[in-house]
Design a protein around this ligand. Structure first.
Ligand code: N2P
Length: 345
């Protein structure tokens, strides 16, 4: 079948979902993704195969994405939502159903990623990649025993002004809860007071609360003890061999990042085309080889780079538990926000 741009909409569906091969669609696609998270080679390949012109815009946290979409921002066709936030976006009508049954490539999703509690059956999302959150140290400057989140939350005097934390209240509070041995999404005010006190005590050691620019900050030595995702840690280590990702004895936070279509997306067919494209193992591996997070697509591992296969950050020790963060209730989110406002005032 031959399609030219002006006849696009007549034949796009067949091209996107029926052929299993390259599809020429034309038009545009606007992606809103985490920073440092969209591989150029992936986008170039998609543009070449489809003739779609892609524009990528970035955010630094789920809170930023949520605020942006809630404020009524239109113009995005694809966004990436982290697991615990998916129900929040869904319930607020900010993302739309994918009609996954019309995307044949969906059979490529590893079975365990088709039944996750935040989106069973992949009604609203498909996995982009998945990973864990803990911390990284610069072994040249930090010589203390590094096996516990204590080093991050109660750092040595020598690391004053050298600690980096995320800018996302949810991510910071969840890791603090893990350290304190508290269940996630606390609604108990006494327990949240403990979280608050821990973070207030840590604050004088913190150089910056930011979730973007972490790879550079670690590699340049601006931070020595840094809250980090395992993939960003792997990428930072490539530029600074003194960096070491720590698997804390308390465990690490687990998450999946997921591709979703915002409500009101203007280029719906191209969004679906991009999703089908991402579901092909060789394309999902392009994501993983760049981000250094694992793919949830069957067969993608065959296309992993040696660097990714051997990354120590992804070699979870048997005794380290990954604890996937659930979606917090409105009350728990309010308490988290209160702790955060006090911390950042
Ligand atoms: C962005 C990495 C985001 C992973 N550099 C967190 N879900």
């Amino acid at each position: 079948m031959k399609c030219v741009r002006r006849f696009l909409f007549g034949c796009l569906t067949t091209l996107a979902f029926g052929s299993g091969g390259p599809a020429f669609a034309g038009g545009e696609l606007f992606i809103y993704n985490w920073s440092d998270y969209t591989p150029t080679d992936l986008i170039q390949k998609f543009e070449k195969e489809t003739g779609v012109k892609v524009t990528v815009d970035t955010y630094d946290s789920m809170e930023t994405l949520l605020a942006k979409l809630k404020s009524g921002a239109k113009g995005y066709d694809i966004t990436i939502v982290t697991s615990d936030f998916v129900p929040i976006f869904r319930d607020q009508g900010l993302i739309q159903k994918l009609n996954i049954s019309q995307i044949p490539e969906a059979v490529n999703i590893e079975e365990r990623f088709t039944k996750l509690p935040f989106d069973p059956g992949n009604e609203y999302t498909i996995p982009y990649d998945w990973g864990s959150t803990a911390f990284m140290i610069n072994t040249k400057n930090v010589t203390e025993t590094a096996d516990s989140l204590k080093l991050l939350f109660d750092p040595p005097q020598s690391a004053k002004g050298k600690v980096g934390m995320f800018s996302s209240p949810g991510d910071v509070v969840a890791l603090a809860e893990l350290y304190l041995g508290l269940p996630f999404c606390q609604t108990d005010t006494a327990n949240m007071k403990r979280v608050s006190e821990l973070l207030e005590k840590q604050a004088p050691f913190v150089k910056t609360y930011a979730s973007d620019g972490i790879i550079d900050r670690l590699a340049s030595g601006e931070t020595w003890i840094q809250q980090v995702w395992d993939g960003d840690a792997a990428r930072a280590r490539l530029n600074n061999k003194d960096l070491k990702f720590i698997f804390p004895k308390e465990g690490a936070l687990g998450w999946t990042d997921n591709v979703a279509i915002p409500s009101g997306a203007a280029h719906l067919d191209n969004a679906r085309l991009f999703i089908a494209f991402l579901l092909r193992p060789e394309n999902s591996a392009l994501v993983s080889n760049f981000t250094h997070y694992k793919s949830a697509i069957k067969g993608a591992d065959k296309f992993y780079s040696d660097e990714l296969k051997n990354a120590p950050e992804l070699a979870l020790p048997e005794n380290t538990e990954i604890k996937f963060t659930p979606t917090c209730s409105g009350d728990a989110i309010k308490l988290t926000d209160r702790v955060w406002t006090r911390l950042r005032k």
